[in-house]
Write a protein that binds this ligand. Structure first.
Ligand code: SF4
Length: 248
């Protein structure tokens, strides 16, 4: 029998760290509905300079409930992909980041595949292999913000908690900061019918609350059943980061 692509089981296999909640269970049920044959593709060679290393996270929302799937790290690379000059994002696992300790400025090479389901991934390419750190600049990264050092591991991000970050501020000021994260967001519209979903991206900041570049942007609305919607007010961010001092 032909093998089936199940993003949930793939994520379980590839992730050393995954947050479990009732939302994840719903996600597993609905993912079975979406099983599809896995395409067979040749990997694409890339090389270039890392502009940013950021956490690779999927946010699963169900009205006022949310949980996170910690997928690994995003490398934003300016370089050559399939023999074309480009800027692109590649997903790597926690093991690869722990081994290579990538940071902005590193020159790297490897192979990857286009993501099978762009709505569920915050990167354009993943299943990265043959990763090599080819050189690292001797110069120290510029003074923050934004922060360009080697990022912490994913449990450290989860422990810090995040605040919403204005999408334009992310693009203009935070695109290369280790504390910024553009998450793919999966919204379960009706918890009685978990196959009914919508997708979007949202940007967040895990950085110090004193960062002068930070702008929250408008509050975010989560759609629900029968045209209802829930607004994520400021207290959610305040609660998520209340354990941190302003400069932490
Ligand atoms: S606002 Fe957050 S993500 Fe942006 S530079 Fe400051 S700490 Fe980094």
């Amino acid at each position: 029998m032909k093998p089936h692509f199940n993003p949930y089981s793939l994520a379980r296999k590839n992730q050393s760290f995954y947050e479990i909640s009732f939302l994840d269970k719903r996600y597993a049920m609905s993912s079975q509905i979406e099983d599809r044959p896995e395409p067979i593709m040749n990997k694409i060679a890339f090389d270039g300079i890392i502009r940013a290393v950021q956490p690779r996270i999927r946010l699963i929302r169900s009205f006022d409930q949310s949980s996170h799937a910690y997928l690994g790290f995003v490398l934003r690379i300016r370089g050559t992909l399939a023999a074309q000059l480009n800027e692109f994002t590649v997903g790597i696992g926690t093991g690869a980041q722990a081994k290579h300790q990538f940071r902005a400025g590193d020159a790297i090479s490897g192979e990857c595949l286009p993501v099978a389901d762009p709505e569920k991934e915050p990167v354009e390419y993943y299943k990265t292999s043959k990763l090599k750190l080819t050189s690292r600049p001797e110069t120290t990264p510029t003074a923050p913000p934004p922060w360009h050092r080697i990022p912490p591991d994913l449990p450290a991000y989860r422990a810090r908690g995040h605040r919403r970050l204005d999408a334009r501020t992310y693009d203009v000021h935070c695109l290369t900061c280790i504390w910024a994260c553009r998450m793919s967001v999966e919204m379960i519209i009706d918890h009685w019918n978990p196959g009914k979903k919508r997708y979007r991206t949202e940007t967040f900041c895990y950085g110090p609350k004193s960062c002068p570049l930070y702008r929250p942007g408008p509050t975010r609305k989560v759609p629900g059943r029968r045209g209802m919607s829930w607004t994520e007010e400021d207290w959610v961010d305040e609660q998520a980061t209340a354990h941190r001092e302003r400069d932490e």
